[in-house]
Design a protein. Structure first.
Length: 311
C-alpha cells in the first residue's frame, strides 16, 4: 500500500464526510437558546443556489515513477435546492447538482479528459431539542467520464450529518459519507466552528476548513484548505483505447487538495461573491479496483470564483 497516497485520500474522505453536517463557510452557529424549532414552524419554501468555476495551472503528473507530462484543469459546479418547510417534520431538500472537471492532457496520459456528475439531491433537515440538528442527503445520478452514458454510470451516494450547538460561539459537526463505488464505502468525520474573538472565527468544517477575519459586515478575509473527492466510472472501452484493458468500466476516485486565501463579499444580504487563489498541492486519479493510479509530481497555482445566494 502507498502510505502517502492512502493518508492523503483518508484526509480528503474524512473532510468530505463532514460536509453535509450543516457545514460551510457561510453558516453561522445560532444561539441554541434563541432558535425556534424547525419542526414547529409553519409551511414555507426557501431556495438556495451556488455556482463556482476554477482553473488549476499545469502540474507534472506521474504513474509510479514514470512522468507522463503536465495536466491543467478547469472546473464548474452548479447547484440549486428548493427547501419547503414541513411542520412537525423539518426542511425538505429537493434539487440538483452539476459538477464537471475538464483536463488538458498529454497524449500518453491514461486519464479521461472529462469527469462529471449530474445528480438529484433529495434530503431532509430536522431538529431534536434545542441543540441538535441533523441532515440526510441522497444524491442519485450519473457519475461518469464524457464518453457515453449507460446504467453502469448510475450511483447513489448518501451523506448523513449532524451538529451540536454548544453555545452561540461554538458548534460541533459530525458526518458520515457513503459511496458504493469508493474503495472505503463508509467514511466518518468531524469538525467545529468556533468564534474565539469578536472578528475571528476558526471554521474547521470540511471540506473547506479555514480561519476567517470578519473585516466588516460585508467582507470576510480567509485562509485555509479545500478538500475535493468524487468517484466516477470510466466508459466500457476506456481501457482498450488507452492500452490498458483493466481500466474499462471501472470506478475512478478523483482526489484533490488545495490551500489558499481569499475574500467573501456580501453584495446583498442574500448574495455572496467569493474570490480565492492559492496552490493545488495534491491530485490523484485512483482506479482502485484495477490497482492503477496517477498522481501529481508538483504543485500548481489555482484561482476560484464563486457566487451563492438564498431567497
Amino acid at each position: 500500500m502507498n502510505f502517502s497516497k492512502t493518508l492523503a485520500q483518508w484526509t480528503v474522505l474524512l473532510a468530505v464526510a463532514v460536509a453535509p453536517a450543516f457545514a460551510g463557510p457561510d453558516v453561522a452557529a445560532p444561539d441554541p437558546k434563541k432558535i425556534p424549532s424547525i419542526t414547529k414552524e409553519p409551511m414555507h419554501i426557501d431556495q438556495e443556489f451556488f455556482v463556482e468555476t476554477s482553473y488549476v495551472g499545469e502540474a507534472k503528473m506521474k504513474q509510479g515513477d514514470a512522468g507522463i507530462g503536465k495536466v491543467d484543469e478547469s472546473t464548474v459546479t452548479a447547484r440549486y435546492i428548493l427547501m419547503p418547510m414541513i411542520e412537525n417534520v423539518g426542511i425538505l431538500r429537493l434539487g440538483g447538482e452539476y459538477n464537471r472537471y475538464s483536463f488538458g492532457l498529454p497524449s500518453a496520459a491514461k486519464i479521461p479528459n472529462t469527469l462529471y456528475n449530474a445528480n438529484a439531491i433529495i434530503g431532509l433537515d430536522t431538529q431534536l431539542g434545542d441543540n441538535w440538528l441533523f441532515r440526510l442527503d441522497v444524491m442519485p445520478g450519473i457519475y461518469t467520464d464524457n464518453d457515453g452514458i449507460s446504467w453502469d454510470d448510475v450511483n447513489v451516494p448518501v451523506v448523513l450529518g449532524g451538529s451540536y450547538l454548544v453555545n452561540k460561539d461554538l458548534q460541533i459537526f459530525f458526518g458520515l459519507s457513503i459511496d458504493p463505488w469508493r474503495e472505503w464505502i463508509a467514511i466518518p468525520g468531524a469538525g467545529l466552528r468556533w468564534k474565539f474573538a469578536d472578528q475571528w472565527v476558526l471554521n474547521a468544517i470540511p471540506p473547506k476548513p479555514r480561519i476567517e477575519y470578519l473585516a466588516s459586515k460585508q467582507l470576510t478575509v480567509f485562509a485555509g484548505a479545500d478538500f475535493r473527492s468524487s468517484t466516477f466510472r470510466s466508459s466500457e472501452d476506456f481501457g482498450n483505447t488507452h492500452g490498458e484493458g483493466k481500466l474499462n468500466n471501472t470506478p475512478i476516485s478523483y482526489t484533490e487538495i488545495r490551500t489558499g486565501a481569499g475574500v467573501s463579499w456580501n453584495i446583498l444580504p442574500t448574495l455572496t461573491l467569493d474570490l480565492e487563489a492559492g496552490a493545488m498541492v495534491y491530485r490523484d486519479f485512483d482506479f482502485h479496483r484495477a490497482d492503477f493510479h496517477i498522481r501529481n509530481d508538483e504543485v500548481a497555482p489555482y484561482g476560484t470564483l464563486g457566487i451563492k445566494g438564498t431567497f
